[in-house]
Design a protein. Structure first.
Length: 147
């Protein structure tokens, strides 16, 4: 994968809620993690995108592309595109002090036991609007018609 250096990155926090699987929809858990928002990250020669990068409960790193709605998981130090991933929603909200990304996604995970499960997650990522780069981020998100 060839990645052009992003114009900037913003650090924040993310609350991730695991909503269960297609075989066990009743199990839920939440965690709070660090999240990085990259501006203009190019992945696999695709168009530049806003990318949220964070860990889910099992330690897997996820890259969620805000504009293209693609999901990449890190496997063996490489980013793998999940064609079976399903973007459910993503909203971008702001108030006087913060900018928020609220979303849901799911993807099919293949297990060593020979079958696959569909895992579902929801998330709320939040970033301080008073950081140096968040003002530029808001301008870019507005220009891309995401907020």
């Amino acid at each position: 994968m060839r990645i052009r250096h992003p114009s900037y990155r913003v650090n924040g926090k993310i609350i991730i809620e695991y909503k269960g699987t297609n075989i066990n929809p009743f199990y839920c858990s939440s965690s709070i993690e660090n999240v990085v928002l990259y501006s203009r990250l190019e992945i696999y020669h695709s168009t530049n995108d806003f990318v949220l990068e964070f860990k889910i409960q099992d330690g897997t790193k996820v890259r969620y592309c805000v504009s293209s709605k693609n999901i990449y998981l890190e496997e063996n130090n490489d980013w793998v595109f999940f064609e079976e991933s399903k973007f459910i929603k993503c909203e971008i909200l702001q108030n006087d002090g913060s900018i928020y990304f609220l979303g849901c996604f799911s993807f099919i995970k293949f297990l060593d036991l020979g079958f696959a499960i569909n895992e579902t997650y929801s998330f709320t990522a939040f970033f301080d609007k008073n950081s140096n780069f968040t003002g530029s981020l808001i301008k870019e998100l507005s220009h891309a018609k995401l907020i």
